[in-house]
Write a new protein. Structure first.
Length: 339
């Protein structure tokens, strides 16, 4: 199936969509990999009697991504930076907060801004929601909150080691704190908040500046070049196709328990970085070569050696995935070629 067909399938899932009827849904980070897919799936739902507000900093990118919906009466773009308070008079009944700098180059160059965005974004959106009829807040978090584990699969109750004295920890540390902020708002102000912890997500809507490994691999293929490995590739990760991740987010949004966190990963897509490179190379018809960088270039890399998620809790909400990672990576690369 194509990327669009996959999104249409997600938009037709048997979920309690009626909860969204006559509601305003705000999606922050709407021009990113995950946010853009989520916005499209919401717009594709056949009985979508609601309004979708796509919030992002790059209006030109939004116009390109959402060209099919710019004249749709239920679609609205809001130019918004989460570092600032929300300036509008719209009552957002559901807020899906997916805005975050997740590319490692930001962790090296702008660790302060990464932390501010993750913490202040939750504060600004929560404070606005409390005063404007917020019904549920979904925070899109990351599996990096688990830190370095002890070899077991990560369940939602687990907490591993994060070196707080490393600037690279700007991302996992602020994501951890943001999750606690959600719980604090729930306890103190009665906000209905849920958290989704995403594994490594791949899909076609990454930006040219994205230097996450899968994005680098795909860009090498698109440029007709061999894939350049910047490490030995031994790190073992859980991955998830972006459409499956969005399906998971919708399950958490519409069926998750207030105050709970849910892992979102594809158990059939647990793979090492080296094997991921080989998969993309096979699809793209190129080779994998090694070019391990100097220490300075490695500062932004995730130091965790193994990150494998348990998804039993999310599956308890009825979430499931179909197809292989190879098929979904092929769909991703084919969609990227349309740019």
């Amino acid at each position: 199936m194509t990327y669009r067909e996959d999104m249409l399938k997600a938009a037709s899932l048997a979920l309690p969509w009626e909860k969204l009827q006559d509601c305003n849904i705000l999606v922050t980070g709407a021009t990113g990999l995950i946010g853009s897919c989520l916005v499209e799936v919401l717009m594709m739902h056949p009985d979508g009697n609601y309004h979708v507000y796509a919030a992002g900093r790059n209006e030109a990118r939004a116009r390109k991504l959402f060209a099919d919906y710019l004249n749709h009466p239920a679609f609205h773009f809001i130019a918004y930076d989460v570092l600032q308070p929300v300036c509008t008079d719209v009552a957002f009944h559901y807020i899906i907060h997916a805005a975050s700098n997740a590319s490692p180059n930001f962790f090296v160059k702008q660790p302060v801004e990464v932390m501010k965005a993750n913490l202040m974004g939750v504060c600004h959106l929560m404070d606005y929601g409390i005063q404007h009829d917020l019904r549920r807040f979904l925070y899109v978090s990351t599996g990096e909150v688990y830190g370095e584990g002890d070899g077991r699969d990560f369940t939602e109750e687990y907490s591993g080691y994060v070196n707080t004295m490393s600037s690279r920890s700007c991302y996992p540390s602020s994501k951890r704190a943001a999750e606690t902020l959600c719980v604090a708002y729930a306890e103190e102000y009665g906000v209905d908040a849920v958290v989704a912890r995403l594994s490594h997500v791949y899909g076609p809507r990454f930006t040219e500046s994205d230097n996450r490994v899968y994005a680098q691999f795909i860009q090498d293929v698109l440029h007709g070049e061999d894939i350049v490995m910047k490490s030995t590739g031994e790190q073992f990760r859980s991955w998830c196709y972006v459409v499956d991740a969005v399906s998971g987010l919708l399950h958490v949004l519409l069926k998750g328990k207030c105050g709970d966190a849910y892992n979102v990963a594809d158990a059939s897509s647990n793979i090492s970085i080296r094997d991921l490179a080989e998969m993309v190379a096979t699809i793209g018809g190129c080779e994998v070569i090694m070019d391990v960088p100097a220490n300075n270039e490695q500062k932004g890399y995730n130091p965790v050696t193994k990150s494998v998620f348990s998804t039993e809790k999310l599956e308890g909400l009825g979430w499931t995935v179909y197809g292989t990672m190879h098929e979904k990576m092929e769909a991703t690369i084919q969609e990227c070629k349309k740019r």
